[in-house]
Design a binder for this molecule. Structure first.
Ligand code: IVH
Length: 682
């Protein structure tokens, strides 16, 4: 039996050996009480006693710095802010969930699962849908090694230091059940802020005259994606784990087991609110019950998630591009409110699209103040017969922009006025082109300041050229000062011109010039994304660069070349062709290229020894992380996947390899050690 309350007199500890031994006892005890407090909700000691242990440990570690370990409970708060969050590639994509709002969709989901599995009935695990942000925590050798956000599903932001500040997250896996923690664990879960913590945080911010967070989810996201972990440490973040990516390798067979196992390794789950459902009646009852419970819970949920319980069945059902076929989110009905629509304004986006926006008397919907709502397009306004001065029903569903559902006709006074879509662009005065179906309005003037503003801001944004200090306000200022009329002008600006402007000092002017200059050294996907081609996001830009390696190849590609790329459909292909054929765009790219841009292709190796090969890594790796291994394989022309099939060419197996290695042997697939793999790619 371990002693959970070690009493240590620091002054008596004189040798490193004694210190090390005492520190280990304290660390064990602290971890145990963490688990009692956070996971079991059943603390055995007072906060003061807990704090005393932490202080003792920290004093010991100060006295004998050589005993400090990076997973010590004193090491939760990193010291230094960083410049930007790094990127982490997920070992396998972080999918999202198909979302439905109607019973019938759940009925269909159940029917499809049963049909595809050829079963009369199957069990599901129903779970709350936590309203926070998805994270992945990888434990290697039982220690937390990397934590990341979902990002675009392939690559997320490295939030390891920030995650470590969450007390609920163990830095080292525990063994509170029969099964020892694995050597390699890819866990997934949701970081959130509970309502009490959110309110306290906002109260504090109000006192300090800082802007308030709109809702707990935004507060959680803003707190996690902080450059300074000391700031994160002060935010009341929490976590629920809900998945293990490598569960089958760990010999788990159901989602329910996954949750139980996570819990015994010290990773907090919410088993209490989860339930096995055996038929459609159970599924629908669960949704109703949770909706009734929703307002009484200490944290926000925005629906429920149904997952096929059996993990083999999950594998059989497989995934679509972005979401699995074995799970679905059934959201709660959106929260609604009525208010007065006092005006309709139109907005011009970077592609020239003109969209109407409802200006509302401020109203709170589900804890958020709403002043603007989307009206989509003229056809929609006419179809719903929305008039200026109407009382309107608005709804807010999840993170979607609030929508105007319909006018409340019974409240009409006769003074309401129909909306006339402006004939001229409110920003540049050009005649707006309205499509016949009244669903698309367009400002045809590529030089429209609103478009220029949008394009330059997009080009400078973080995922594109990442020019720090060049946000929308600054871009507007430079346009107003006549320094910018397009992306190309950015690289002509000099420091003297900036210093002459308001809100620019010598230092900030030099910084911005420096930032602009160094943005020339970037990657090809960022550049392509930065061009703002309609329908081309950063993930698509990456995909293009993986197949067409240089800017010249991309510019001169034909529609069919784009269509050959898996993941690019006709809409994107047309958009690319139209963009690169447009004379102004050609000119822009030529002029940028004449300025010594250095566009590297992150996927290009000089040689491609793995061209066409599919490789699976399993077990733990010594020389690199999973993400690095994956990146290397892709750079060398291959594909790294997570499950072994007949299409697999090699399985690279490290210590602890289990079912995948087994399967490789069964299928007669070549297996390699890590060193043999390195030999292969040398
Ligand atoms: S499972 C492929 N379970 O909902 C499985 N997700 O729209 C994907 N979420 O990105 C995740 N509660 O952030 C799962 N119990 C739960 C969840 C949950 C909240 C979030 C998660 C995910 C999003 C999907």
């Amino acid at each position: 039996m371990k002693n959970h309350k070690p009493e240590i007199n620091i002054d008596d500890v004189q040798s490193v050996e004694r210190a090390e031994e005492a520190a280990e006892r304290l660390r064990d005890a602290i971890r145990y009480h963490n688990y009692r407090y956070y996971i079991l909700d059943a603390p055995e000691i007072s906060d003061a006693e807990y704090d005393k242990m932490l202080i003792d440990l920290s004093r010991l570690e100060q006295k004998f710095p050589e005993i400090l370990t990076d997973d010590s409970p004193t090491q939760r708060i990193g010291e230094e802010p960083i410049e930007e969050l790094g990127l982490v590639e997920h070992p396998s994509p972080m999918m999202s969930l198909k979302t439905v709002y109607e019973k019938d969709d759940v009925v269909r989901f159940d029917e499809t699962c049963r049909r595809d599995l050829e079963k009369d009935s199957i069990a599901y695990l129903a779970e709350p849908k936590f309203d926070g942000l998805a994270v992945e925590l990888i434990y290697e050798g039982e220690k937390l090694s990397v934590a990341s956000t979902r990002g675009d599903g392939q690559t997320g932001e490295d939030v390891t230091e920030n995650i470590k500040t969450i007390r609920e997250v163990p830095l080292v896996l525990e063994k509170y059940g029969d099964v020892p923690p694995p050597n390699y664990l890819v866990s997934r879960g949701e970081v959130y802020m509970d309502i009490e913590g959110f309110q306290a945080l906002n109260d504090r911010r109000a006192d300090e005259n800082q802007p308030l967070f709109a809702n707990p989810r935004n507060a959680a996201a803003g707190s996690l994606r902080q450059l300074d972990p000391r700031v994160t440490a002060e935010r009341p973040l929490r976590i629920f784990f809900y998945g293990i990516e490598n569960a089958i390798e760990l010999d788990l067979s159901t989602q329910e087991e996954v949750l139980r196992q996570l819990q015994t390794w010290g990773l907090k789950t919410n088993l209490d609110l989860s339930r096995i459902c055996r038929n459609i009646g159970d599924l629908l009852d669960y949704h109703q019950e949770m909706e009734a419970k929703r307002d009484g819970l200490p944290f926000e949920i925005d629906g429920v998630v149904y997952k096929v319980n059996n993990l083999d069945h999950q594998q059989t059902l497989g995934t679509r591009t972005r979401d699995p076929r074995w799970a679905i989110a059934y959201k709660f009905a959106p929260r609604r409110a009525t208010t007065k629509l006092h005006d309709i304004a139109v907005q011009v986006g970077r592609t020239g699209r003109v969209t109407p926006v409802a200006k509302l008397n401020p109203v709170r919907v589900g804890g958020v103040e709403v002043k603007n709502a989307s009206l989509h397009n003229l056809s929609e306004i006419e179809r719903k017969d929305i008039r200026i001065g109407d009382s309107v029903l608005i709804e807010r569903a999840g993170d979607v922009i609030p929508q105007v559902v319909k006018p409340i006709e019974s409240k009409r006074t006769g003074n309401e006025k129909p909306f006339n879509f402006p004939e001229q662009c409110p920003v540049c005065g050009a005649s707006i082109i309205m499509s016949e179906d009244k669903k698309q309005a367009h400002c045809p003037n590529a030089k429209c300041p609103a478009q220029i503003l949008g394009r330059i801001t997009h080009f400078a944004s973080r995922e594109a050229m990442d020019i720090e200090g060049l946000g929308e306000k600054r871009v507007q200022q430079l346009i107003d000062a006549g320094l910018l009329s397009g992306i190309g002008d950015l690289y002509q600006i000099n420091k003297e011109q900036l210093v002459a402007l308001e809100r620019f000092a010598d230092k900030s002017a030099s910084n911005l010039i420096q930032e602009i200059e160094s943005s020339k050294e970037t990657t090809l996907p960022r550049f392509i994304y930065g061009l703002g081609i309609p329908n081309v996001g950063i993930a698509t830009a990456r995909l293009i660069v993986q197949h067409l390696n240089t800017l010249d190849e991309i510019r001169s590609a034909e529609r069919s070349d784009f269509l050959e790329i898996e993941g690019i459909g006709p809409e994107i292909a047309d958009s690319l062709i139209a963009f690169f054929n447009e004379p102004h765009n050609k000119e822009l790219i030529d002029s940028l290229m004449s300025q010594a841009f250095d566009l590297t292709n992150p996927f290009e190796g000089s040689e491609k020894p793995l061209q066409g090969l599919t490789i699976v890594f399993t077990g733990s790796l010594e020389n690199f992380t999973r993400a690095e291994a994956k990146e290397m394989v892709e750079r060398l022309g291959g594909r790294a996947t997570s499950s072994v099939s007949n299409n697999t060419d090699y399985v690279v197996a490290g210590p602890g390899a289990g079912s995948k290695l087994q399967k490789a042997k069964e299928l007669g697939i070549d297996t390699l050690t890590e060193n043999e793999f390195l030999e292969l790619v040398k």
